[in-house]
Design a protein around this ligand. Structure first.
Ligand SMILES: Nc1ncnc2c1ncn2[C@@H]1O[C@H](COP(=O)(O)OP(=O)(O)OP(=O)(O)O)[C@@H](O)[C@H]1O
Ligand SMILES: [Mg+2]
Length: 265
């Protein structure tokens, strides 16, 4: 399989009044075309920094980033980020207006914008709320709209930084299933950050576990469990415990916000 994202010997340092932070130290890995990679790691280990560097928003100290064979250092339409916060939409535009506007900025023909926006709204089950404004939506619906907008732009790479982190457990579980379904349909390459071990296993083809200060890769683990994946199966639990141990969680939940036992999350 062809590598879609290649990170070579990446170093990122933040210099501050309280001293320097080596946020990332000599990170190298690659993500295959169409692959779903989840990144798991304790708070402050450099997950967001890593994804921001890939997006081109964060400057680096050393290292190289390739998309296919092309080296990149700046943001581009080939990479789209989805964040944790619910306020990613323009509040003065309707849901569909948010999507058609993004398509307009990307240069899509006026006649095609609405049809495309509707197609992606349907994918995230939000067609009934096309004419609603963001303040009329729940957190989960806003997140769906933001995901629909990102997908409508047909990014080659979707960079998701804890996009479901603020959702309640039920909405989160619905969106996890929807994201997998949509990903299987559109075939984007996805890099998805989470604190949640169960989420990392449910979604990823592989899980990259990071450790902190300095931020390094601890291990990249294959998820060889057939989809749809069920947390209560022995193979799921076995992998959950492996990742839990890798995260070096000393006390229950210490290193993660949602690291409760599989099946209870
Ligand atoms: N703009 C910045 N200036 C200075 N230090 C920063 C900056 N951004 C991040 N850091 C530091 O770099 C390290 C990695 O931060 P980062 O936000 O990438 O962690 P994270 O793994 O995403 O954490 P979380 O899980 O809490 O979101 C932390 O020690 C953080 O304090
Ligand atoms: Mg972060």
């Amino acid at each position: 399989m062809d590598a879609k994202v290649v990170i070579e010997n990446l170093w990122v340092k933040f210099e501050g009044e309280q001293g320097n932070v080596q946020a990332l130290e000599d990170i190298s890995f690659s993500v295959n075309e169409g692959e779903f990679l989840t990144i798991l790691g304790p708070s402050g280990c450099g997950k967001s920094t890593l994804i921001r560097v890939i997006a081109g928003f964060q400057s680096l100290e050393k290292g190289k980033i390739f998309l296919g064979k092309k080296q990149v250092a700046e943001p581009g339409p080939d990479r789209i980020m989805v964040f944790q916060e619910f306020d990613q939409l323009f509040p003065w535009r309707t849901v569909i207006g948010n999507i058609t506007y993004a398509l307009k900025v990307n240069g899509l023909d006026k006649t095609k914008r609405e049809a495309k926006a509707n197609k992606y709204l349907e994918m995230v089950n939000l067609q009934e709320f096309a004419r609603a404004f963001p303040h009329q939506l729940s957190g989960g619906m806003k997140q769906r709209a933001a995901i629909a907008r990102s997908l409508a732009l047909n990014p080659e790479i979707l960079l998701m930084d804890e996009p479901f982190g603020s959702l309640d457990a039920q909405t989160r579980s619905i969106l996890q299933a929807e994201l997998v379904r949509i990903w299987q349909k559109v075939g984007s390459t996805i890099i998805f950050i989470t604190h949640n071990i169960q989420e990392a296993i449910l979604l990823g083809d592989r899980v990259m576990v990071m450790s902190s200060h300095p931020g390094t890769i601890k291990e990249i683990v294959d998820v060889e469990i057939k989809r749809p994946r069920l947390p209560e199966t022995p193979e799921f639990m076995k992998l959950w415990h492996k990742l839990y141990t890798l995260l070096e969680t000393k006390r229950f939940g210490e290193n993660g916000r949602n690291n409760v036992l599989p099946g209870k999350d």
